[in-house]
Design a protein around this ligand. Structure first.
Ligand code: BGP
Length: 464
């Protein structure tokens, strides 16, 4: 059966500035939290590999755009690094950054690839982090200014903008589970960070719409559908709904509907953690919702009613309201430790169709990180990543089914184009359509999945 997608479907991949570009001496880039953290504690990063070189896209972007053509891209998402464009977070713009991004975006456009540009991918400029980062109102204002600069500088050529990638990650990783700098665990701060990110997003949307530019602006969210252990057990169902409110609707509802989910607001009030806000903040969020939604999907969340006792002497955490359910027999990606559940992508798209006005959306990330892919290097010099082809095609079948049933899904971007630097995992797990040889001048070679994707893109579908 032919799995055929609608005309003008977006085929491509996603990446980010901090994970790909690298730095070169004299490029004028300022430090962000990852540059700083790596310099301070390199042992926290896999094999002590940092973001300093990443995949050297800053130097190799012209070659990379040709590889995107060869792997069937008609669109590609990356991010502007705030700390490259405005090294101190506020103030002077770095002219070399302007030249670089102009050239990079032109190169894409001239090769038939539409740039989708994200403004923030976990990369807080260090100068602002020192003043509190997302905890500080000053950062919200600085971000709104930065967003305006980006629209002015690049808005004539960039027509798809995104305010954040996965804004829940700075909340979870930076302020709850100590996975990213500043490695805090403080729910009150986490709530403030989340609120400030949502407000910053709405301010950027407002600025974009007021600028009179003709493109669209949205947000990219990692949605993790929340499944109860037993859908006939009302306590499991309730627990799954609360987890969904914490991790999905916390950003999805304000971004699309302009309001925060009621049960989350109730919990935050009960805990006396209502974030600091100014007079018309809630109206700004209410009146400036997204035109377009990017959905990153990797894994579901399995939830059961709380069984383990809550330590009332410890600081509150989201897990006080549910337990994670370790479902027997689930299919796993053992390298990343994430469950693979293809149907989740369909459930998400139908949820957007039914409960979020079927707004225009696309799959903005989906992918499979695998360790030591050199094992699969063939005599032809190519990595034979058949598992990735299977992963993508199984997900695409569900995307297709959702579209058949009316979901307004306009494209599919895989994470990622070429292997890149994955935060503290550095280059442990490889995700790309194109391999990057760290030992050999970061040489790029298209993997089997990249050649396969070109066919899919050219045929706008595949035999499934
Ligand atoms: C998403 C992020 C990406 C990317 C990807 C893979 O959450 O938007 O930046 O890193 O996940 O995850 P990881 O790199 O943690 O393996």
């Amino acid at each position: 059966m032919k799995v055929q997608f609608p005309e003008n479907f977006w085929w491509g991949s996603a990446a980010s500035g901090p994970q790909t570009e690298g730095r070169v001496a004299g490029d004028g880039k300022g430090e962000n939290i990852f540059d700083y953290w790596y310099a301070k504690e390199p042992e926290k990063f896999f094999n002590q590999v940092g973001p300093d070189k990443a995949s050297e896209v800053y130097l190799k972007y012209k070659e990379d755009v040709q590889l995107m053509v060869q792997t069937g891209h008609n669109s590609f998402r990356t991010s502007i690094q705030w700390s490259r464009l405005i090294p101190d977070g506020t103030g002077a713009v770095n002219p070399q950054a302007v030249a670089f991004y102009n050239d990079y975006f032109d190169e894409l456009i001239n090769n038939g690839i539409e740039p989708f540009i994200n403004l923030y991918h976990f990369d807080m400029p260090m100068a602002l982090q020192e003043k509190g980062g997302w905890l500080a109102r000053e950062t919200v204002d600085a971000y709104a200014e930065y967003a305006k600069q980006c629209f002015e500088l690049f808005g004539a050529k960039v027509k798809k903008w995104f305010t954040h990638n996965e804004p829940i990650v700075p909340v979870e990783a930076g302020y709850l589970y100590q996975l990213h700098y500043p490695e805090k665990s403080n729910m009150k701060q986490a709530v403030q960070v989340g609120f400030n990110e949502a407000l910053a997003s709405a301010l950027a949307i407002k600025a974009y719409h007021e600028s009179g530019q003709t493109g669209q602006i949205g947000i990219i969210l990692n949605l993790t559908p929340s499944y109860p252990r037993d859908s006939n057990n009302s306590e499991d169902v309730r627990a799954a709904e609360i987890a969904d409110a914490f991790f999905n609707r916390s950003f999805l509802d304000p971004a699309v509907k302009g309001i925060f989910p009621e049960e989350l607001v109730k919990i935050v009030k009960e805990l006396d953690m209502v974030p600091e806000m100014q007079g018309d903040d809630l109206d700004i969020i209410k009146n400036n919702t997204v035109d377009l939604l990017g959905v990153n999907y990797y894994q579901p969340r399995r939830i059961k009613a709380k069984e383990t006792p809550v330590d009332s002497t410890a600081a509150p955490m989201p897990e006080n309201y549910f337990d994670v359910y370790d479902m027997p027999g689930k299919k796993m990606n053992p390298y990343r430790g994430w469950e693979i559940y293809e149907k989740g992508i369909y459930d998400l798209l139908l949820n957007l169709r039914d409960n979020y006005g079927n707004l225009p959306c696309f799959i903005s990330e989906n992918g499979m990180g695998v360790e030591n892919e050199q094992r699969f290097l063939g005599e032809d010099g190519m990595i034979h990543d058949d598992y990735r082809i299977e992963f993508v095609s199984e997900h695409l079948k569900y995307v297709h089914q959702a579209i058949q049933e009316g979901a307004n899904c306009l494209g599919y971007h895989m994470w990622t184009c070429m292997d890149n630097w994955s935060w503290t995992n550095a280059y442990k797990n490889r995700y790309g359509f194109i391999s990057v040889d760290l030992e050999n001048d970061r040489q790029r070679t298209i993997k089997k999945s990249g050649h396969w994707f070109k066919q899919v893109s050219e045929n706008n579908g595949f035999e499934g």
